[in-house]
Design a protein around this ligand. Structure first.
Ligand SMILES: [Zn+2]
Length: 632
């Protein structure tokens, strides 16, 4: 420290020189804080400046002084504030700044004389020249300590001192007789405030008091323990903060359900940095500015069954405590800072989602970083299945959706207060089973497949192209109604996992025989032909469904579809009927032909051409097909 260097050099004396004072009368006098100071040899005036032996200037200001013969330099000042003068040179250095000097220092009769006003003002004092009494007066105004506050800040405990003016010197050191006691020196300073009361519960401080020290002040800080400390000065010099480092006082390992919990106890709020290491997996938590308390164990047993092997403590630098969690695999932490430490939880994180299509079932696997227990529950709407994983956290931003034909049509992941909810859309829910048990790191769920999953269904929109089918009184064409319903039915069946082929997907003509030949060649599981009815009597109305004896299950398919059409569309029930239409007669699979209503009836024509009615008709047919396969 510069102060030490100054103190060592204090006794050195400038070399003798031959110069003599230019004028010696009348005798100049020096006063410091109003008190006369005897100066020998006496000050003199040169070029309008008063030069005084350096020793008296230093004493007047309470400064330290040093002499460096090789450089012919004299250094005067306090820690943090110094003036460097060179014999015979009219430039000086104040702090880091070079400034001009009217009159350079001189050596007279073996003594170094310096310009008193320049040096005193550079060190913050006031200088007056009293011409009547031929006196130089030096005044040091002490800084007032206006406020002292205690603050348990994050990272270190703080004792903050607010000042009315910058100090000439300050410092902190440990009392020689008591390592727990710190003494902050403030010079020159006077107290202008009461010190704050130290709470009896304060883990670091036992007491604070001021002690006058000549024109300075000592702030005595009694700590409950030793430990690193440091002093920080505000850039404007109007504040000093003594910082006392916190300690890690304990490490505790516990478990909350399936979650390992490491509690790092400190005697104040700390900042931290984490680092994740692999091979083996470790979580490193560094607490900068925090030291381990005496007796802090180097190792604490973990909860190996939950993937936390042990917790170790160390000190990578004298000012840092390191806590290392040895892990059985990657475990992202959730760290919560508290007033007295950190709570480190290792909850299971959902890192990946896998879907698999099995024979008639769909399997969902949720990969977690640690053990958990899941529950699965069909929600009251019957269309959503919720897998709840208490305490879990979502780590995978990418949510993989189920593929086509699977027993779920969507997946959403939401983070709730109690854990993770994985919600599956299961519009064709048939049942589920949780295959994983409590404490496993994977959640495995199997969904029963839709009865339509993997089925081949041939949908035949009647007519098309130059064959409009029946015509409605307002000019609508049956072929359009049939196609509209068929396309909607196709979408619903595909969503439910079926493979669907259509005789036509647009307005084109297809021969009757080609329609059923296509279905036979494709070895479709069922054949559904869609038509609208017509009669010369505009009052004729209602739904009828046809089948033939081509296949023993054709009647059952017709019954299933017809029942839902009548229920859902609310039109007159004209019954299930048998007729040897070509497309039914030649079908090698169960086959039906539905007549959705009478396009010749003005009221039903309006319905048949309405897209929402077409959608309801498609849903009703899909329900019937669903029932048919489920009864199988
Ligand atoms: Zn028709």
């Amino acid at each position: 420290m510069a102060a030490g260097l100054l103190a060592l050099a204090l006794l050195a004396r400038p070399q003798a020189a031959a110069a003599q004072p230019v004028a010696a009368s009348p005798t100049l006098r020096l006063e410091v804080e109003g008190k006369p100071v005897a100066v020998d040899p006496p000050p003199f005036i040169e070029a309008g400046r008063t030069l005084v032996p350096i020793r008296f200037v230093a004493e007047a200001l309470g400064a330290q002084v040093g002499w460096y013969p090789e450089q012919q330099q004299v250094v005067v000042g306090y820690p943090g504030r110094q003036v460097v003068l060179t014999i015979g040179r009219n430039r000086a250095r104040v702090g880091d700044v070079e400034v001009p000097l009217d009159v350079p220092p001189r050596i007279v009769a073996g003594r170094t004389f310096v310009p008193v006003r320049f040096v005193a003002e550079a060190l913050g004092a006031t200088v007056e020249w009293a011409a009547a009494t031929y006196t130089v007066r030096v005044w040091r105004q002490p800084s007032e300590v206006r406020r002292v506050t205690l603050n348990r800040a994050v990272g270190a405990a703080e004792i903050r001192v607010e000042l009315s003016a910058p100090l000439l010197s300050y410092g902190v050191e440990t009392a020689p007789d008591d390592p727990k006691r710190l003494v902050v020196t403030l010079f020159p300073a006077v107290p202008a405030t009461a010190l704050p009361a130290v709470p009896g519960s304060d883990p670091l401080l036992a007491g604070l008091r001021f002690e006058p020290d000549g024109r300075g002040l000592r702030l005595v800080v009694d700590r409950r323990r030793t430990g690193p400390y440091w002093l920080e000065r505000d850039p404007n010099g109007l504040g000093l903060t003594l910082k006392l480092s916190y300690q890690v006082t304990g490490i505790q390992v516990s478990q909350d359900g399936w979650v390992p919990v490491v509690t790092i106890r400190t005697d104040g709020p700390v900042a931290y940095q984490t680092l994740t290491l692999t091979q083996p997996d470790r979580l490193v938590i560094d607490l900068p500015g925090v030291t381990p308390a005496a007796g802090l164990p180097a190792e604490v047993p973990g909860v190996p069954a939950l993937g936390l092997q042990r917790v170790r403590t160390g000190q990578p630098t004298p000012q840092t405590t390191r806590v290392v969690l040895d892990l059985a695999g990657p475990r992202p932490p959730v760290i919560t800072p508290t007033a007295d430490g950190l709570v480190v939880r290792l909850p299971p994180h959902l890192t990946d989602v896998r879907w698999e299509a099995l024979q008639g079932r769909t399997r969902l696997t949720l990969f977690l970083t640690g053990p958990a227990t899941a529950t699965a529950e069909l929600l009251p709407d019957g269309r959503h299945l919720r897998v709840r994983i208490p305490q879990a956290v979502a780590a995978a931003p990418q949510v993989k959706q189920p593929g086509p034909g699977m027993a779920a049509t969507g997946l959403t992941i939401s983070q709730g207060a109690s854990g993770l909810d994985v919600v599956l859309e299961v519009p064709y829910y048939q049942g589920h089973k949780l295959l994983s048990g409590p404490g496993e790191s994977q959640v495995v769920l199997e969904l029963e497949g839709s009865p339509l999953s993997g089925r081949q269904i041939w949908v035949d929109p009647g007519h098309g192209g130059h064959d409009p089918g029946a015509l409605g009184p307002s000019g609508s064409q049956e072929k359009q109604v049939n196609l509209g319903v068929a396309l909607r039915l196709r979408d619903l069946l595909v969503q439910a996992g079926a493979q669907v082929q259509l005789t036509r997907q647009d307005d084109r003509f297809v021969e009757l025989r080609a329609r059923i030949q296509g279905a036979n060649a494709a070895k479709a599981d069922i054949f559904v032909s869609i038509h609208a009815n017509s009669a010369s009597n505009p009052q004729a109305a209602g739904i009828e469904t046809y089948y033939w004896d081509n296949h023993p299950d054709s009647a059952r398919l017709a019954q299933a579809i017809h029942r839902h059409l009548v229920e859902d569309l609310g039109l007159r029930d004209r019954g299930v009927k048998k007729n040897d239409y070509l497309v039914l007669r030649e079908a090698q699979m169960p086959a039906v032909l539905v007549e959705l209503g009478f396009i010749s009836n003005p009221e039903e024509e309006r319905l048949l051409t309405d897209p929402s009615f077409q959608q309801r008709a498609a849903i009703a047919i899909q329900k019937g097909i669903f029932d048919y396969f489920q009864q199988e």
